[in-house]
Design a protein around this ligand. Structure first.
Ligand code: ADP
Ligand code: MG
Length: 254
């Protein structure tokens, strides 16, 4: 159907009378890192949630790795997928939120093992080995037996990234992953994300970190009021925004 890893076409989403997404198109090629930037309330989180079918759509379609996300077509009509198939689709899509959402009563290792053993049906030993490798990858192997409350925000977020990776996702979605962190902890999380990008992970990253967008992003999308206002390379958009709204926003954050 498509060689894109992520494709969104004409995505519309309303909450009651409020139309939050007003026809979003987005293509993300395999291995590409797209940074999404825009004012608060512009619909960025809602769009990420649509990519994962945490929201139903009013119109439009989304494919991830060739799957039509959240729906199946029968007799020319779209029907919401049964829960089991939704879960299988979601396993391909890793999501990291602003808040870390770790299980507080589980150690770092157990948090990362949970998905592979409970959802993917991996044996305990295999899940433990995978979790250990992933904690190592995010620089957290020396904290694997700590509980979330014993970890800094940056460390919790790195565990959250490892936990998402444990499902072997095809794409990783990040929703302002460093916004809740103290400034001195931002770099360690961005460093892990940069390594992930260098390893070829397809990523959609909502962020206000323009340095990260410039250095790691292949594409830069500026969203405002439920539409994609502008898209280009980070150097182009940040250096010479083509739209007044983009320029006005960037002048405030740069
Ligand atoms: P952003 O992430 O860009 O700050 P959001 O996607 O969170 O924006 O929100 C976009 C708009 O949608 C906001 O006006 C927000 O209040 C509204 N919104 C988001 N989620 C809901 C919801 N579940 N119910 C009603 N309104 C919502
Ligand atoms: Mg948001």
């Amino acid at each position: 159907m498509t060689s894109s890893m992520v494709r969104a076409l004409g995505v519309r989403k309303s909450f009651g009378d409020l139309e939050v997404l007003r026809g979003i198109d987005l293509d993300v090629a395999p291995g590409q890192v797209v940074c999404v930037v825009g004012p608060s309330g512009s619909g960025k989180s809602t769009f990420l949630r649509c990519l994962n079918h945490l929201e139903t759509l009013q119109a439009g379609r989304i494919w991830v790795d060739g799957d039509l996300v959240g729906y199946e077509e029968r007799n020319g009509q779209l029907h919401v997928l049964p829960e089991k198939r939704l879960r299988a689709q979601r396993a391909k899509i890793g999501m990291v939120f602003q808040r870390f959402h770790l299980f507080p009563h589980k150690t770092a290792l157990d948090n990362v093992m949970e998905g592979p053993s409970a959802v993917r049906g991996m044996s305990g030993a295999d899940a433990r080995e995978l979790a250990g490798d992933l904690l190592d990858r995010v620089g957290m192997s020396d904290r694997s037996h700590h509980y979330p409350a014993q970890l800094s925000g940056g460390q919790q977020q790195r565990v959250a990234i490892a936990r998402a990776l444990a499902m072997s996702p095809k794409v990783m979605l990040f929703d302002e992953p460093t916004s809740a962190l103290d400034p001195e902890l931002v770099g360690e999380v961005l460093g892990v994300m940069k390594d992930l990008a260098a390893d070829g992970m397809t990523m959609v990253v909502v962020t206000h970190e323009m340095g990260f967008a410039r250095e790691v992003g292949h594409d830069f999308v500026f969203m405002d009021d439920g539409v994609v206002v502008e898209r280009g390379t980070p150097a182009d958009v940040l250096g010479a925004p083509q739209h007044e709204r983009t320029a006005a926003f960037l002048s405030k954050v740069l």
